[in-house]
Design a protein around this ligand. Structure first.
Ligand code: GH3
Ligand code: MG
Ligand code: MG
Ligand code: MG
Length: 325
């Protein structure tokens, strides 16, 4: 595979490389057509290349979308007593189908509806009587285009994830933390909400590395990350700040409640030994935690961060394995 670029986000493979030999076959297709003969003809033409399903009403189509992923929808604009165009519009915006291909089948007399369809993002249309080879070719082209778009989307998402995640622990990295803390700070100020920050640091971690080796140290870091993540809430942001330091942004939470969170996390680390299965060792690990909350006098995130860092330093000097606010 050709390599496109490496911009500090890891190597991004060229998504076009796959698209060029994409055949546009083996798609999941749903035909929405209430004229049995027309439906059967389209199904027959497309079944050579694809898996083809047929329903008769928009309601049936929407029910199927809830359960299955389709690549292509072929919607008749001449459904008796039902609005095919509205279905097209729904399919284009619904989470489950918005990346799928939508094609319309219409009569020449329905030009205005076709134009409206194209305007709301329907990909293409076919005029009745539908010509088999044209149907097959248009579907194939759209499937190829969709797969290219899918691979682009996937590689963009992968790059974005790489840019904000720490590879060892899977937590957010410091780059992400810096931006997120600024945003949380601004929001809390604007809305008059509470905001707290935890800084956690493993006690005597260097000793673990020195005694058992760096690999065991890495395993301990992963387990540390897992426990902090598990014992905080979904809306809290857990990031690996540096070596064996984790920071947690705790929005909407005053100092006393943040202290309770910190105490719970500290206990969960202390009370269960860390097991490294590969080496059959079980280690007693503890961590020190500094906690701080936003004050009206804080001019920037630095003031908040500094207080939490000082609290952590105090926890270390007072004997470790403790929470200081
Ligand atoms: P304290 O209780 O004062 O925090 O003592 P400590 O030994 O934990 O503190 P110190 O900052 O002296 O040591 C941190 C160690 O963390 C030193 C560094 O080699 C190690 N470290 C940093 N990143 C990693 C990593 O990704 N993997 C491993 N295994 N070790 C790491
Ligand atoms: Mg240290
Ligand atoms: Mg440490
Ligand atoms: Mg440290």
């Amino acid at each position: 595979n050709r390599v496109l670029a490496s911009r500090g986000l890891g190597i991004v493979e060229d998504p076009l490389a796959g698209a060029t030999n994409e055949t546009g076959r083996d798609a999941q297709i749903l035909i929405v057509e209430d004229r049995p003969e027309a439906a059967a003809q389209m199904q027959q033409a497309l079944a050579v290349d694809h898996a083809v399903h047929v329903v008769q009403t928009p309601a049936e189509a929407l029910a199927r979308v809830g359960d299955e992923d389709f690549d292509v929808f072929i919607v008749s604009l001449g459904l008796a007593g039902a609005d095919g165009l509205r279905l097209c519009s729904n399919l284009r915006v619904m989470e489950r189908s918005r990346n799928a291909v939508v094609l319309m089948v219409a009569d020449e007399s329905q030009r205005p509806a076709i134009l409206r369809g194209l305007d709301i993002g329907v990909h293409d249309y076919l005029l009745r009587p539908v010509e088999h080879s044209e149907l097959v070719a248009r579907v194939r082209t759209q499937v190829r285009r969709k797969r290219y778009a899918d691979s682009l989307r996937a590689s963009v998402q992968a790059s974005l994830a790489l840019a904000v995640l720490d590879p060892l622990t899977g937590l957010y990295n410091r780059r992400y933390f810096d931006g997120k803390l600024r945003t949380a700070f601004t929001q809390a100020r604007e809305r008059g909400e509470k905001l707290s920050l935890l800084i956690l640091d493993i006690d005597r971690f260097k000793l673990i590395n020195d005694t058992y080796g760096h690999d065991v140290g890495d395993e301990v870091l992963r387990e540390f990350a897992r426990r902090v993540q598990t014992h905080t809430r979904g809306i809290d942001t857990v990031c690996r700040y540096g070596g064996e330091e984790i920071v947690v942004i705790v929005p909407g939470t005053p100092l006393e409640a943040a202290e309770a969170v910190a105490e719970r996390v500290r206990t969960r680390i202390e009370e269960e030994p860390f097991v490294v299965p590969r080496c059959k060792i079980s280690l007693d690990v503890t961590a020190s935690i500094g906690v701080a909350s936003l004050l009206p006098s804080d001019n920037s995130v630095h003031a908040l961060f500094k207080r939490a860092d000082r609290a952590l330093y105090q926890a270390k000097t007072e004997g470790r394995n403790r929470v200081v606010v």
